[in-house]
Design a binder for this molecule. Structure first.
Ligand code: OOB
Length: 544
């Protein structure tokens, strides 16, 4: 187990327990407590195939018990990994709690992921099952899951929400199952990644529940709050910041939005009396525009969280007036650290920063941005830009089964190198000013340059490839792939884009632009430096 999960040092863990951050409650036990406290209050509202379901806490609890028992009966054991690719349908919630009750670890795929990514998640986690839906947005997810199961020997089962098999499984009589250790791993989240395919992030019951509880408090969730999960709920942000779990934690109502477009979201905000939701900046911009001409009543909406990518000041200033909400910026990462602007912060902080950490025990270092391995001795002066390092009671100490990557991604004393460039103000609020990692943030969707380069390099006509960010008015950034062809070949942009798509990857990773060039520029001493190459190309594109 040591390689799979790098635990916090014993004395540090004891400190987090003594401080009351880690309370020894499992996520399954949380639902039991919620069902006792709020039995008849509505917990989950969602739509699948045009049918709306509305479950109270007692029913959610029952469903989770039955799914846990059904999965146990089908042979899934505590500690096994289950790749979950379930979009925003109501079943998402009882499926999660069912797995948690059983002590199996969900591996959270996004609906956009395709064969290559799912295969990687299954292989990397050693998953024994995939849990999915039949179709979603015209894509056949059941067929995708079966194809992956055929490729990955450890995967023995595929369960499809909405199938008769799953209905039967969900009708299994509940049974007593031992409560998993709250200090153990509860699930694997995905990293945005900057090298190769996404890394898997082990989060424990204890650490996750701490971030959920504090997020709910910081976002002022109450039992009569209504949270709309507008983004795919499996992502850390809509799941826990404060998200689906934050809302459930206080006995509030969660509404799962099948698509994040303004028409769908506004309809649900109006119908369900939504009070709070979270979006990425491009979505915030489109909601701001749509609000001017909507016939839906948005007056119940109190707070709009915006994060996942930088929300520029201009957009930030438009959000409150256009939507009649208090803006709350959130800067977080699946690895842990989450920062929020506080609801009572001065406007200047709310509009101009990405917030401050959740916990007094979140440790933040802002270090020399030129030195990728900077640690404790390389702090920049207060207020200056540097690379953000962090450790704390809900930030992991290592990725799942990735010892070599861990040696680079974490300092010897356990700080996570976020790859973000920030400035820290006197109030502790952070302003995200850029990025040192080789990742493109496409409106909140993270694309690792190297991952796309590897796909391009697999094409027989491609000699070399470099993927860089291009500034984009709507998404913030888009991807541009620069390609040097093999002598005598002439690959075209459309052909290369099709090639990447057909390798079975999420559509958001297919390069937005492809430029075929004769050669990459070289540095003064004639060496090809990929880092400088990217900077030069990015500058070129910006000028154009
Ligand atoms: C969230 O999580 P991830 O894991 O998809 O991405 C994390 C990365 C950060 O390291 C940073 O580069 C970027 O996304 N990011 C932001 C940002 N929020 C995230 N960059 C600038 N401004 C922001 N407000 O994206 C995530 C997880 C939990 C809560 C919110 C977002």
């Amino acid at each position: 187990m040591a390689l799979e999960h790098t635990p916090w040092p014993r004395d540090v863990a004891a400190r987090y327990r003594a401080a009351g951050h880690w309370r020894g409650q499992s996520l399954g036990a949380l639902l039991t407590a919620l069902a006792e406290a709020h039995a008849t209050r509505t917990a989950v509202v969602g739509e699948r195939d045009g049918v709306t379901s509305r479950w109270d806490y007692a029913e959610l609890d029952q469903r989770a018990h039955r799914i846990a028992a059904g999965l146990a009966e089908s042979g899934i054991r505590a500690g096994e990994r289950v790749v979950v690719q379930v979009p925003n349908v109501p079943e998402f919630v009882p499926v999660l709690f069912g797995l948690w009750r059983l002590g199996a670890w969900p591996v959270f795929a996004l609906p956009a992921h395709r064969r290559t990514e799912l295969r990687h998640f299954a292989e990397q986690s050693g998953a024994t099952a995939i849990l999915t839906v039949d179709t979603h947005e015209r894509h056949d997810h059941a067929a995708l899951a079966r194809a992956v199961a055929a490729d990955v020997p450890s995967v023995r089962q595929v369960h499809v929400v909405g199938s008769s098999e799953f209905d039967e499984l969900s009708a299994t009589a509940p049974r007593e199952l031992p409560d998993p250790d709250p200090s153990g791993v509860a699930f694997l989240q995905l990293s945005g990644g900057s090298t190769g395919l996404p890394k898997l992030i082990p989060r424990t019951h204890d650490d996750y529940l701490y971030s959920v509880r504090e997020s709910a408090r910081i976002c002022a969730l109450r039992p009569d709050s209504v949270y709309l999960a507008a983004l795919p709920a499996a992502h850390n942000y809509p799941l826990s910041s404060p998200g689906v779990l934050g809302a459930l934690h206080v006995g509030a109502k969660v509404v799962l939005c099948p698509r994040p477009d303004a028409d769908t979201a506004f309809r649900l905000i109006d119908r369900e009396g939504v009070t709070i939701t979270g979006v990425v900046p491009p979505l915030a911009a489109s909601w701001v525009q749509a609000a001017a001409r909507t016939e839906h009543d948005l007056s119940t909406l109190e707070v709009l969280l915006v994060g996942g990518a930088k929300c520029g000041r201009e957009l930030a200033e438009r959000i409150g007036p256009a939507l009649g909400v208090r803006l709350q910026q959130v800067f977080g990462m699946a690895e842990g650290l989450v920062c929020y602007t506080r609801l009572d912060d001065l406007d200047d902080l709310v509009l101009g920063t990405q917030g401050r950490p959740i916990s007094p025990d979140d440790e933040v270092r802002v270090v020399d941005p030129e030195n990728p391995l900077a640690g404790s001795d390389d702090l920049v002066p207060p207020g200056e830009t540097g690379a953000l390092l962090t450790r704390g009671p809900y930030t992991i100490r290592g990725y799942h089964r990735a010892p070599e990557h861990n040696a680079l991604a974490f300092t010897p004393d356990g700080f996570y190198r976020t790859g973000d460039l920030v400035r820290r103000g006197p109030t502790g609020h952070l302003e995200v000013v850029g990025r040192a990692k080789e990742q493109i943030n496409r409106g909140g969707e993270k694309v690792a340059a190297e991952e796309v380069e590897d796909h391009l390099m697999a094409h027989p006509d491609v000699l070399d490839a470099a993927v860089v960010a291009v500034p984009d008015e709507y998404l913030g950034e888009r991807t541009c792939a620069y390609v040097v062809p093999v002598a005598g070949s002439a690959p075209t942009g459309p052909a290369l884009r099709r090639f990447v798509r057909e390798r079975g990857v999420a559509a958001f990773k297919v390069p937005d632009l492809v430029q075929v060039v004769a050669e990459f520029p070289v540095t003064g001493v004639g060496k090809t430096s990929k880092r400088e190459l990217r900077a030069a190309l990015a500058a070129l594109v910006r000028k154009a």
